[in-house]
Write a protein that binds this ligand. Sequence first.
Ligand SMILES: Cc1cc2nc3c(=O)[nH]c(=O)nc-3n(C[C@H](O)[C@H](O)[C@H](O)COP(=O)(O)OP(=O)(O)OC[C@H]3O[C@@H](n4cnc5c(N)ncnc54)[C@H](O)[C@@H]3O)c2cc1C
Length: 456
Amino acid sequence: MSASVPVLDILGIGFGPANLSLAIALRETHPGLEARFLEARPSPDWQPGMLLDGSDIQNHPSRDLVTLRNPRSRFSFLNYLHESGRLLRHLNLPGEFPLRKEYAGYIRWAAGHFLNVVDCGQRAASVGTVEQDGEQLYDVVTETGRRYLSRTLVMAPGRTPYVPHPYDEVHSSRVFHLTRYLPQVAALTADRAPEAVAVIGGSQSAVELALDLSRRFPRTRVVTYTRSHSLRLKDTSPFSEEGYFPEFSAYYHAASPASRRKLDAYMQPTNYSSADGDVLKELYLAMYEQELDGEQRLFVRGNHEATAVSADSRSVTIDFREVHTGEQVRDTVDFAVLATGFRNMGPGAHEELHPPMLAPLAPRLATEPDGRLEVGADYRLLPAVPTDALPPLFLNGLCESSHGIGDAGSFSLLSLRAGVLTESLATALAHRTGVAEPMRCAVELGSASAVPAVAV
Ligand SMILES: Cc1cc2nc3c(=O)[nH]c(=O)nc-3n(C[C@H](O)[C@H](O)[C@H](O)COP(=O)(O)OP(=O)(O)OC[C@H]3O[C@@H](n4cnc5c(N)ncnc54)[C@H](O)[C@@H]3O)c2cc1C
């Protein structure tokens, strides 16, 4: 059977921004390597369930798919604006950050140049290894039954949504993670506007959701429940933001587990359980205006922890405990949106030891003392037994626990990471004829004439 399956140099699982950035780096610097990517969606997209009206991105727009690695790449956000004929008007916008809708358009535009190396509608279902002609290969099968063999594997499926207890016990379309927000809201409100909705969490997304729900359904009661005291301002100090520099990733990677925990505690408010000033002010003002009008429909309830959740065909009932007073509170809403974040790699209740798809390979992978995967500086997973001929396996976009906050689920270091991955892949595949000669990028050569040709 395997004889009819061609052997790839590189197989990527997922074609979100992380592996798209890798595909661009490979084409610009190592076009001789044969890479293929599997994408579960019918076409590449960026967080389509959360493209809310008015919401903006959280990263500097030039920390995009390419610019930090190769500022002369054709696939920059600026060039997207230029080719779309919107550059000047975009630069004239009054806001600080681009709209998320426009950035999603940029991702789709860039991905559109790589569709020849992506198989869409193909969700990888299993990952194993197989020996063929004396060579260890990855053997990946998709939900539709397609089989792929590859010399190396790059996992970039995005982080697993975190659904905390007791919400994980309810299997209802009325309790859902924010990644499914737009389609789920459309389905649940096709006939009528909801009377009440609960937003669970205290993140940027939680605030954006509360605002979006109140705009969509002005008469609806929208209550944000969070376990922490209230909604906190994000730490946007430029000093803290240096946690999103590659130097911090290297520093973090070399740190002891105890030091990493301390650094995590410091960096946490730069991205988690906190929100930008603009949306916090907008929500506060809207709540105050409703108070003036004597018709309060937006609420924020801090120090509330859910103890039980149940759902029927029309509503969701959530029991909360006030964390400090012990008071019991029950609320019944049309639906509840979980702005509860994503799973990081680790042994904690809200974490996972490895990406679920790697479960069959997990016993062969080296782990740190607490059980999480040991990840090399170049994002390569190391075999538990050095003599194991495990083919090169890399994580792309899942390495917050090994590389720190800037080097995981965000755009901040995406393009630099793609550069590191590209070089590691090329080195690992150097034994193959014709792939050992990387094309040096224009930045290194310092000459516009040296920009490698991009076959698009
Ligand atoms: C609402 C929201 C807003 C955000 N805004 C920002 C922002 O403004 N700035 C920022 O820097 N970061 C932001 N982020 C963080 C975000 O994670 C990154 O921007 C970026 O999406 C990470 O890219 P990725 O490729 O690692 O993961 P993803 O974007 O999640 O892409 C993973 C891809 O893999 C596919 N996939 C998953 N499993 C499989 C499988 N088994 N087989 C095949 N394909 C699979 C998925 O369909 C998906 O297309 C935001 C996140 C969310 C949820």
